[in-house]
Write a protein that binds this ligand. Structure first.
Ligand code: ATP
Ligand code: MG
Length: 760
């Protein structure tokens, strides 16, 4: 006798109930954002178990990210029903595949304790093979080959299946090197990320008995975010579901945002063909967002062609319109959002008070995070970065800073170790050991050790020559740091260019390389807020030092891609400018494919918001020391006017505007004239302000400067407040750094701009 369904069914609407109670056969839940697709999927797991259709370990539930899987487990734990154990096969395609592959490793020529290589290992291995094949890896970078191989793996193509059409890949050597790479991985008892799925698919295809075993075991298959599956994932699912066809896929074609990684939105469109007799359930009631937010999102996504088309409605109160605001530049955007967050936290302007955990900033490109991170650190606003390292922890940022450290403090051996062979200078382990030994024997720094080793003829050949150049360059850059005619931003660019570091990423053909270059530009931009490289490096080391997770509420910062499936009462969407969002690449592409994917990303962004959605853009961005005027995103023009509230730009900060080196704002004005949303008094004011400024007027009064001026008013013994460490009293002042004995957190050194006078 099956148990009685319990309360989890009661909080579902009729369409959701239908999705949950239709247990057998193929089922597609096709619905827009926030309609409870994920909720229904979870209820379905509960229902299958309650109705004793499957045991908790006989259900296969696949999500797109680890975060989503965790979230799913948590939701399930909150579902009011009893399960007798964890839903063991719930996770991402990769995590489940890894588990399957460990069980059957020998069928893929591996041992069950195989290692999973990260990208760096993967590249290193490819480089060895490329060199052995006598290919110039400067001209044909290993990362490019890695990208091609990943692409094949996403399409479930083993080396022997690479189609003739791809024969030209990687100077016609791609397929051959792919085969060698796979063979080498086997020898090493290793797999890369793409292999996890590929091997499992290959095993299922070659060993029907194994496949059958799992087809019987997984009685029900459930898949969230189905619109983002790639070909390999799709084959994996089809194979497993082939016999009983108890597969339930949940998705939204409008939220397909991983085309660039091989996802095929066609999979969702094809579901009914692949699984004849499939039942399709559409959910139309949105439980997440206010009508204004929904209408704004619909207005944008309407611009895409070839959609399945969906209706969305909500019973929620109107709430606030989507807020739109233009800023002078990116720093001001970050400052305004910081203030807005604090205001919302306090519950001003008649709104309820919103906790930091309920707010998120969703960016298009990860380099946008830097301005927010710096600003929030300055004002002591707790934040977390989701789905990636924080800005100053990124590989390219650490590398670049190691160069700066070597220039500022030639004794910094750790920094030198980091950069001595980055970019490659032909210095292998042995050469590096020689440098270390020479330095130790003479009691000098590694840089001096390197110079000595060359002098004494301990190092020879190309490596020695390049190393000699580096040593000379570091000293030269060090002298340039004292040159008054050169700003430290210019110096930083010179260092990154002349060392070959920027060039290394320019030659890199992987999908991540453009992002890394953007981050480097952003790093140079960050320097602007400091007097010199040294001040900047101190700032960063203090930031890193102070970071501990105290478990308190924090604002989340993440990319739009990482935000899929999540929801927040208040969402900020900054940087809506052509070239940033939509990205330059999507705009340059012929055809609308890329642009449509960007538009779906905009739809994903807006629909993350429950109550307040704030879209912003900056009229100017500084790129490598040059001001460039930016045009508001074309997606802004697509927001339906009646659901948008154009806010007054913050001209209220007093005198902060200037236009030094501005490329002119004609573009903005033109776009402003085109777009009716800019007929607001607020926007006109921003225009007037820019028109009033003579182009030659220097841009002074940065907020950091203001903050630092406040420093001089601090005195030893004064009681002060820090957002994170609380109250304390100043026990020492050293430039812009204060040593403070905090009442709870102990003694710490912090940059003065983090501190405010205790107002008691
Ligand atoms: P996305 O497309 O963004 O992944 P989704 O369709 O998966 O969205 P969910 O995240 O499952 O939507 O649900 C959105 C919100 O609506 C959640 O907070 C969920 O708890 C709530 N919700 C869903 N269905 C109902 C319902 N029937 N009654 C009340 N709240 C609901
Ligand atoms: Mg969802």
């Amino acid at each position: 006798m099956a148990a009685r369904p319990s309360r989890y069914l009661n909080d579902l609407n009729p369409a959701q109930r239908e999705a949950v109670e239709t247990l057998d056969g193929p089922l597609l839940i096709l619905a827009g954002a926030g309609t409870g697709k994920t909720k229904a999927l979870m209820a379905r797991v509960a229902h299958l178990i309650t109705m004793q259709r499957a045991r908790h370990d006989q259900i296969l539930a696949v999500t797109f990210t680890n975060k989503a899987a965790r979230e799913m487990q948590q939701r399930l734990a909150r579902t009011p029903f009893e399960i007798n154990g964890p839903v063991r096969w719930m996770g991402t395609f990769h995590s489940i595949s890894a588990k399957l592959l460990r069980r059957h490793a020998e069928l893929a020529g591996l041992k069950s304790n195989f290692t999973i290589l990260d990208t760096d290992d993967q590249i290193r291995l490819l480089k060895q093979l490329i060199r052995a094949a006598n290919i110039d890896d400067k001209r044909w970078p290993a990362r490019q080959l890695a990208g091609i191989i990943d692409g094949w793996k996403n399409r479930a193509l083993t080396p022997s299946k690479v189609p003739a059409a791809d024969a030209g890949a990687y100077n016609q050597r791609g397929a051959e090197l792919y085969a060698q790479y796979q063979a080498r991985l086997r020898e090493l008892n290793a797999v890369d990320f793409g292999d996890l799925l590929l091997h499992v698919v290959t095993i299922f295809q070659a060993h029907p008995d194994v496949l059958e075993q799992y087809q019987r075991w997984f009685k029900y298959i459930l898949v969230d975010e189905y619109q983002d599956t790639n070909v390999a994932q799709y084959m994996w699912l089809r194979l497993l579901a082939a016999s009983h066809k108890n597969i339930c896929c949940v998705g939204d074609d409008d939220q397909s945002i991983y085309g660039w990684r091989g996802a095929e939105v066609g999979n969702i469109l094809r579901f009914e063909k692949d699984f004849p007799g499939a039942h399709v359930v559409r959910l139309e009631q949105n439980y997440r967002s206010t009508p204004h937010i929904l209408a704004a999102a619909s207005g944008v996504i309407d611009g895409n062609k070839g959609r399945l088309g969906k209706t969305l409605w909500t019973e929620a109160q109107d709430g606030e319109k989507v807020r739109l605001i233009g800023h002078w530049d990116g720093e001001e955007e970050a400052r305004w959002i910081g203030e807005e967050i604090e205001a919302m936290q306090k519950g001003t302007r008649g709104m309820r008070s919103v906790s930091l955990d309920e707010m998120a900033i969703l960016v298009r490109a990860s380099h946008q995070m830097r301005a927010f991170e710096d600003r929030f650190l300055t004002i002591g606003l707790p934040y977390r970065v989701i789905g990636g390292p924080r800005f100053y922890e990124r590989l390219e940022i650490r590398d670049a800073m190691a160069y700066f450290r070597c220039v500022v403090s030639p004794d910094d051996d750790l920094a030198f170790e980091r950069i001595v062979n980055t970019p490659k200078r032909g210095l292998g382990d042995k050469a590096q050991q020689t440098i270390q030994a020479t330095a130790r024997a003479n009691g000098v720094s590694l840089i001096d050790g390197a110079a000595l080793a060359i002098e004494q003829g301990l190092l020879k050949g190309k490596g020695a020559k390049e190393l000699g150049k580096l040593v000379v360059d570091l000293a030269r850059w060090g002298r340039m740091a004292g040159d008054d005619d050169l700003t430290h931003m210019e110096l930083a660019e010179i260092i990154l260019d002349e060392s070959g570091y920027t060039g290394m990423w320019q030659n890199d053909k992987t999908p991540e390389a453009p992002g890394r270059l953007e981050n480097l530009k952003e790093l140079v931009k960050a320097l602007e807020n400091f007097d010199n490289l040294q001040g900047f490096l101190e700032h960063v080391s203090l930031i890193m030092d102070n970071e501990t997770d105290d478990g308190g509420a924090k604002v989340s910062i993440m990319t739009l891609h990482a935000a899929k499936g999540l929801e927040f009462p208040a969402v900020f969407l900054p940087g809506w400018e052509d070239g940033l969002f939509p990205s330059q690449r999507s705009m340059d592409e012929s055809g609308v494919k890329g642009l449509e994917e960007e538009r779906r990303l905009a739809y994903v962004g807006i629909t993350r918001a429950e109550e307040i959605c704030t879209i912003s853009f900056a009229a100017n961005r500084r790129v490598f020391g040059q001001w460039q005027s930016a045009l508001p995103s074309r997606f802004i023009d697509e927001l339906p006017e009646e659901h948008v509230d154009v806010l007054t730009p913050p001209g209220l900060y007093g005198g902060g505007y200037g236009a030094a080196g501005m490329g002119g704002s004609s573009g903005i004005e033109q776009r402003a004239a085109d777009a009716n949303v800019y007929n607001s008094p607020g926007w006109r004011r921003l225009q007037e302000r820019s028109a009033q400024r003579p182009v030659s007027q220097p841009r002074e009064t940065r907020n950091t400067v203001i903050d630092l001026q406040a420093v001089s008013s601090f005195e030893t013994g004064e009681r002060v407040f820090h957002q994170k460490f609380g109250y304390g009293s100043i026990i020492g002042i050293e430039g812009d750094k204060l040593e403070i004995a905090f009442e709870k957190a102990g003694t710490k050194k912090v940059v003065a701009s983090y501190i405010s006078a205790a107002d008691d």
